[in-house]
Every structure is written in structure tokens, then in C-alpha cells.
Ligand binder design. Sequence first.
Ligand code: BGC
Length: 772
Amino acid sequence: MLDTHRFPPDPWRLQETSPDAATHFLNETLFALGNGYIGVRGTAEEGWSGPAGTSLDGTYLNGFYESEPIHYPETAYALAKTNQFMLNVPNAKGIAVYLEDERFDPLQGTVEAYQRTLDLRTGILERSLRWTSPGGRTIAWRSRRLVSFDNKHLLALQVEVTPLNFAGTVRIVATLDGAVKNIEAGDDPRVGSAVSGPALTLLGVEQDESFAALVQQTRNSGFRLVSATLTAVESSHATAFEQDGLRLAQTFTVPAVQGQPIVVTKYASYHSSRDYPEGELLPRSRALLAQARADGFEALAQRQCAYLADFWQQADVEIDGDDALQQGIRFNAYHLLQSVGRDGKTNIAAKGVTGEGYEGHYFWDTEIYIFPYFLYNKPEIARKLLDYRWAGMESARRRARQMSHERGALYPWRTIAGEECSAYFPAGTAQYHINADIAYSIKLYWDATGDIDWLRAHGAEIVMETARIWTGIGSYDRQGRFVINEVTGPDEYTALVNNNYYTNAMAQLHLRFAATVADKLAAGYPQDHARIAAAMGLQEGEPAEWRRAADLMHLPYDTELGIHEQDDSFLSKKRWDFANTPADKYPLLLNYHPMVIYRHQVCKQADVVLALLLLSDQFTLDDKRRDFDYYEAVTTHDSSLSSCIYSIVAAEVGYQDKAYDYFMETARMDLDDTHGNTRYGVHTAAMAGTWLGVAYGFGGMRVVDGEVRFAPTLPARWRHYQFHIHLHGCLLRVRVGGDGTTYTLLRGEALRIHHRGRQVDLTAAQSTHTEA
Ligand code: BGC
């Protein structure tokens, strides 16, 4: 497997040493930069002149979207009516360079040396090359780019062009290009939206001195956007402005002196009315860019580096013994940091801000996969992800009414701004487990932080309102069991079933947690309780009703096989004929009608096996092993959300080789493009799943009611590994090596943990403890 890796296994860098048209589209994703708001694909400043379909020059703003009606030739009541999709916004990177009359284009002429590097410690994407034009002029090119972690609106880049064998005149054309569009969808539901043509209407243009701005407006969602650039070219003679439709250009004429670099610095910003009143957008753009120029590129680069140094200090995972894996793990952590919205209004899309796959939508991927990553590595961001759900409360209430639930709130399966955007309800809206997933993440947050203020202000209301949906859709059957019918669980190769195990088990936890939270508030914070009860019209006996439903919850189990049933009908279906399914028929979703798939025992992803992890203490090890064996045999892992969960549970049940293989598959999924669609964006859930694989999988970490337990194992190929955990305001480092496990309290006064059932108390005075 190792020798098939696409990049040299450098633990801190991703480096491409020759340009390759065949992998260009894919590498644009991998070399994308972002800061949780702006996302810029790794396309070159000078553009791409390769064949159509080999590049997508995208710039995205997390949470900035257009909406369009969803057209159903055959519609039905309460289907999602409007889609929201992340827009490709004006390209601010453009810098064209003309050596006299020859345009710099690496696809023409000769590239004599080439390197493109993403450095995970500096946050800079750097490209350097030596190029000779068809007319024989040779230049050295170096460009550096950053998307500021310090200011979400800012991106900066610097290009140095050095004439190596000529003198004369060089023209630099700095562009701000609004003539961009989103990719058009084909048959693959995982790709982009079907919008064609520019989605933003032009309202105005500003061009003066070195500043350029496009003022635009979305047609339907009603947002205004100001995209702006400020370009500085040292020792330029003259400048001229041009506008060609939606494309603004500023030309600088510079005397070319052999051996002397021409330095172009470009600062760019995006401000939208999702964040500020319309009248503030232009002044804010001007002020920010003027400040950036005053600070200079080097100062911005230093800040970027400082931000990352702090991040790695708190969140680095170190693996000694496998550089390719180390690279994958850090690359994934870095992309998560680049992708995650952290303003309480935005979340993290399935593909981050690196591409248009899944249209910039947020899913349960956040709560079940990505949230724990941030909770234990950067808790302040985790909290912002919860704030986002709070911001969506009213939409969720409205959605519940549309779905004929008199009470409660139903969160959307996929969305940007809070409204349900799922056009295929069997594998969308029907995934009611989203409510329990959100409640689960709130419980995780509460258990790890004890942040009672957040619970009182927002969390309690979300947990209680969403719990009501279970008593709304569930009922008691003839045997007195609480049953939940007609839902879809996590596995999207099985739809609209009764009593999906995962859903019922998670709903049970949710209902109990909601009742506990209600009691806690009533006893300790009666005013908050009264306020929330009034807001949701809580009735006297509801928490008791939640407890009763939880206690009588039907959790399907097959005594003959000794396994948990994925749902009431799963085990009576015909097994998928894997032996006669050729490799090119995977993923099945692209090759079979959904009903063909639904009729069979075949899973796209972990479902029962995910419950084994999330509700770990509810199962015996034997149960886990039997469930694992059974479901592994019928799972394709066509979803990128599957292999990390299988890795973790495999580690727990003692299948070390499988644990390692599934882990490798997860850790380098995007770097090695194992799902074949990374060109449309990275897989953020799997990226977080990599961290889960280290901490939960090999580290054996489980947090049960606030108590953290470890049961570490060391994979045979590793000499040691270490990771960090933020918990109860403390920062813990866990290092697992051949000589045992060392726990170090890096920050905080005292922390109690459990190592293989034994209690370990760490204090500031006695901050280190080693277990053999
Ligand atoms: C998976 C879902 C997931 C979605 C977005 C689908 O392929 O089956 O579980 O939420 O992708 O990542």
C-alpha cells in the first residue's frame, strides 16, 4: 500500500514535484487553503489553460449561498421546497504575467524545475518553478499564498517573478474575476448543484488606485457580497484599469532587469450581508485591505505561523514509525481547521470549503464525526458548532410543523442556513436520527466541559424540543414496546424501515438525557426552566413520558444469531451477491436503482457498528464482536464515513490487523483519492474519523458520563504515538509506546482518568503518570 502513495511521505508537508494535467483537478482540492470562511482551491494565479474538465477554479465562502426551488416532476406534501448551495464567488487570485508579448503559461514553453508545497506549520501554499517561454525568455517564479486564520475575510498572496536571461518590459495584470460559475451536476448525487451560469448579479464596480471591488447580489437568497482586491507592484511605471463584464483588471508595467525579482503582492477580501449591514461592506473591505497592506505579507505570514504553532501544540497527533500515515493525520487535522466555521452562524460542510461536492451542505457528519474532534482538540470551536444548531432552532421548529409534528423541533438532514434541503427524502429527511445526533453532541459537550451556562441558555432547549419528536413519531406496540417506524438509519443502503437499531438506541439516550436536563433545570435553575417551558409549551408530564418511552424502547435483537438487528426487516432480506458483483459496480449507488439496493442485506456504512462505538458501555465485548463480524460481511464502505468506525470497533474487539487497515484507508483517503472523488472536495467526516481512530481506536478512549477511560494498544508498526485531549478545562497528553503509556497534564489543576479500569489522578504538582 505504501508505495502507491501519491506524495512523498513528508510528515509536515505536501509536496508536488512535477505538474501533471492528469491529477491537476484532484490536487487543486488537496492544495486548497481556507480559514473556516474563505476557501480557495489550489489553482494557480495565472489560471489553467488545460483541457475543459481538468480544473475547477473555485473560491467559496462557508455559509454564503444561493437558493433555488427544487423541481419535482412528481411532488408530494412537505417535500423540501428550496435548495441552498454554496456559491463559487469571484476569483481574486488572478495574476497574469506577460514577458513583453508572451504570457506566462506553464503549459506552453518548458518547465525546468517545479515544486508546489503546502506547509502545515506555516499555512502557506508555495509554488516555485523555472520556466522558459516558447520565445526563449526564462524566469524564476515563486508564489506564496495564505488565507488568514486571524481575519476570516482576508486572503493574501505574493508572486515574485525574476527575469533570468532577458531585460525589457514585463506587464502584470491583476484580476478580480466575477465571471465564475458553479460546476454542473451530472448523475452523481455527490457532486455539485445543477445551477448554470453566473449566480450573482452585478450591482457596481469600484476601481481606484490599487483597489478593485465587485459589488454583487444573489438573485434569490438576497445576500450582498463585496469581493475586493488591493494589489501592490514594486517599482511599476504605470497602471491602467479595465473592466470586461464581470472581470476587473489592473495592468502594471514594470521594467524587467535581469536577475532582479518583480514583487507583486495582492490582498483580497470578501464581506457579505450575512455578516454585516449592506452599507458597511465596502468601507470594511477598504479598511481591511489598507490595513493588510500596511502590515505587509511577511507580517501576515508570521501571524499565520503563530496561529498554527499554537494549534499544533494543543492538537498534534504524533506517530513514530509511519511517515505516510503521519502525513495523512496532520493533513486531515489541518484541513479540518481550514474548513470549520467558527462564527456560530456557519458549520462544517461535508467537503469543507474545498469543493462543491454536496453543495456546501452540513450533515450529521458534524455532530457524530467532527464535533468530537474539535471538542477534544479546540473546544472553543466545538461550542461554535453547537451555537450554529441553536441558531437553527426556529427553522427546526417550523420543519417539525411541516412534517405534522404538533410539538418539538426537527433538524434538517442537509442544509446551509437551517432549512431542509434534502430532495431525496428516503435517504434524507427520513434520517430522523439527526435529532439524536445533535443531542448526543450536546451531552458530549456537557460531559467534557460542564458548561452549565451554555446548557441553560441554549442546550437544554434544543435537547428537550428535539426529544419531543420521538414521542411524537413513536408509539407503543401490542407488546408494549416503544417503536419508531418509517425512518432511515445512518446506512443509506437501507431506507424507510421500522425500528432502526441505531435510531432507537440513540433516541433512548436522547430521551433520558432530555428528562435529566429538565429535572436538573427545574431543581437548580427554576427561572431557566420556567422560561424554556414557556417557550416550548412544555406540559407537566412530558419528561416522565420521555423516560417511559426510553425505558420501553424496542431495541431489535436476534437471539438466534446473537446480534443486534439493524432494523425489524434487515435480517429477513436476501443478502447481496458480493461474489458476483464486479469491482466496477461500486459504489453501488451509481450502478443500481435504490430499490434494488434496499431489498438486500447490504450496507453502505456503519450503522449498528456505529452504535457499538457511541453507546459503548451498553454492549458486552462478545456482543460487539458478533455484531462486527456480521455487519462487516455485508458492508461495502461505499460511504467515506464507514472505515473509521470499523477501525475503532475492530481495535476494541481485538482485530488488530483489520483495525490498522481500516485506519490506513481513512487516514489517507483524500491524499490517495481512494474514493475517487476528492477532486470535488475533501471528506471532512473521514478526516475527523482519523483522529477518532487514534484516540478512540488505538487509544481505547471512551468518555462515559464525563469519566474518561483509556485502554491503549500500540500497532505493531509504530514505535510510539501521542495525542492530546482537552477535558474539564485541562489539557492532557497521552503517549503510548513500547515502554507503556504516559499521561501528562499539560494544563490545569487536576484531572481524573482511568487506565484499563484503574483510576489515575493527575495534578499540577504530579502531572505525569506512566502505566506499563
Ligand atoms: C453518507 C451520509 C453522509 C453524507 C455526507 C453520504 O454518502 O451516506 O452518511 O452524511 O454522505 O457526507
